[in-house]
Design a protein around this ligand. Structure first.
Ligand code: SAH
Length: 213
């Protein structure tokens, strides 16, 4: 199976064709081996245009949705990123390519364990994964500020923790809505408050924790 070719096709037909043009983002998607982040039995579907089950009732998001969310973060090389919902670790790997450090939280021990295993197969090392309720923010230091926060599960409202943990100029990308349909929201922290933008409908697994469902 020529995974490299499949990856190039994925970038061209699923991501670029839908309007994502940031060269660094496209390069990250060409370089991260998505087939290493899906269960063995699903390797052949790794580059398909849809989410895939990864165990514990959770999914690895559709490639385009990951690309859209990551590009909305406008990451720079010196940025620290908080990721809620490590899942397979695939998006963690993409973020590692674009930012300084990725702090990732997953509520299932089993998924965090396999994400760490998946990430060990890459040459990346600028990440930390914790098992905790991500709606409470980074467990080690509640006062830590992040340049970007990305939430890969659907919230019923925007948890205040995330607003508090954004640095000035920081961006939060989060699906917000009902259990079965949400809108992709970007909040940018500005001197005079938060700018809110809506990037349309999406469907995510629920964000389960103190400040959500
Ligand atoms: N970005 C992931 C997609 C994961 S799906 C990937 O590329 O594979 C969303 C994940 O969020 C699930 O693994 C789920 O267990 C996790 N999750 C849900 N609520 C959470 C919470 N409060 N804190 C941390 N993780 C949570």
């Amino acid at each position: 199976m020529n995974f490299k070719k499949q990856r190039k096709n994925m970038v061209r037909t699923q991501i670029k064709a839908r309007g994502i043009t940031d060269k660094k983002v496209l390069k990250a998607f060409e370089n991260v081996k998505r087939h290493l982040f899906v269960p063995e039995s699903k390797r052949l579907q790794a580059y398909a245009d849809r989410p895939l089950a990864i165990g514990s009732g959770q999914t690895i998001s559709q490639p385009y949705i990951v690309a859209l969310m990551v590009s909305l973060l406008n990451l720079g090389e010196s940025d620290n990123v908080l990721e809620i919902g490590t899942g397979s670790g695939y998006q963690t790997a993409i973020l590692c390519k674009l930012a300084k450090k990725v702090y990732s939280i997953e509520r299932y021990e089993s998924l965090a364990k396999s994400a760490r295993k998946n990430l060990e197969k890459t040459k990346l090392s600028n990440y930390e994964i914790k098992v905790a309720d991500g709606t409470l923010g980074w467990p080690e230091n509640k006062n830590m500020k992040f340049d970007a926060i990305i939430v890969s599960a659907a919230a019923n409202q925007i948890p205040k923790t995330f607003k508090e943990q954004l640095a000035m100029g920081g961006r939060l990308v989060i699906p917000v809505g009902s259990r079965f349909s949400q809108n992709l929201i970007r909040l940018t922290k500005k001197k005079d408050g938060f700018e809110e933008e809506n990037f349309g409908g999406c469907v995510f697994v629920p964000l389960i924790g103190k400040h959500s469902w």
